[in-house]
Design a protein around this ligand. Structure first.
Ligand SMILES: [Zn+2]
Length: 253
């Protein structure tokens, strides 16, 4: 019984105080633009995130409680419709002060080892930590409608990976999944063809890297520049509006 009580107790996150929450709403333009019901939902999700995840600042960075709540809330923005299940499978958010370098290696078919450095602003490991650059989170907040939101991007990868395959299709009911996969594939192929042809795209050409990057990049536009996404990729925009709920900036021109 004791263990049961402890487990029940452990399952309840400490509530977020009214003052901390209103500071967070003020701080995050996307949250400020949500309706009251969505804000209440997001507040609960943010508390869950803080309860379930360890946020670890590295590289000399320090994060106070409100900065942690802001990060948790931002990461939960893509879970407003999907819900808390979107937090499964990983436990740590690592935050660098700025863009960070990672060493990559790849053994090619001829047995030659290639090594290089990548500079990243965010990263999601398979069932491992999520990594964010605090400076880039800040610049997303400073320019909320520029089409970028690294926290949303990395969370899209986390949700995508929940069904065991990182392929640009999150877990969905079967019929919707079929329609999603067909619409995304067609839109991705057309996007890649235009990027390859050297066209200047209104959406970050990084989306052409792979289907999972296409999904993650389009997710950023859903929250940050939904009108542009609707105009340029209407089928993708419609799926994302259903999956994430209406964009907080949906009514902006
Ligand atoms: Zn990515």
């Amino acid at each position: 019984m004791r263990s049961l009580i402890r487990r029940l107790f452990a399952g309840t996150p400490p509530p977020v105080s009214d003052t901390d929450w209103s500071a967070t709403v003020d701080r995050l333009p996307w949250v400020r633009a949500l309706d009251a019901a969505a804000q209440v939902k997001l507040r609960g999700l943010g508390a869950r995130f803080l309860h379930r995840k360890t946020i670890t600042p590295v590289g000399g960075l320090t994060l106070d409680d409100r900065a942690r709540l802001a990060l948790a809330t931002l990461c939960c923005l893509p879970l407003l419709e999907f819900g808390e299940e979107g937090l499964h499978g990983w436990s740590q958010l690592i935050v660098y002060p700025d863009a960070f370098r990672v060493n990559r290696s790849h053994l090619d078919a001829a047995g030659v080892l290639h090594e290089w450095d990548d500079e990243l602003i965010g990263e999601s490991w398979d069932s491992g930590p999520m990594v964010l650059s605090w400076a880039d989170v800040q610049s997303d907040i400073d320019e909320p409608d520029a089409g970028f939101c690294v926290a949303v991007h990395e969370m899209a990868h986390k949700i995508d990976a929940l069904d065991g395959v990182l392929d640009g299709t999150p877990p969905l009911p079967r019929d919707w999944q079929r329609a999603w996969a067909a619409d995304f594939q067609r839109s991705f192929d057309a996007f890649v063809a235009r990027v390859d042809a050297g066209e200047t795209m209104p959406i970050d050409p990084y989306a052409a890297e792979a289907p999972e990057e296409f999904f993650a990049v389009c997710s950023e536009y859903h929250f940050s520049a939904p009108a542009l996404l609707r105009e340029f990729l209407p089928d993708v925009a419609a799926h994302l509006a259903r999956f994430y709920g209406p964009s907080p900036f949906a009514t902006r021109a």
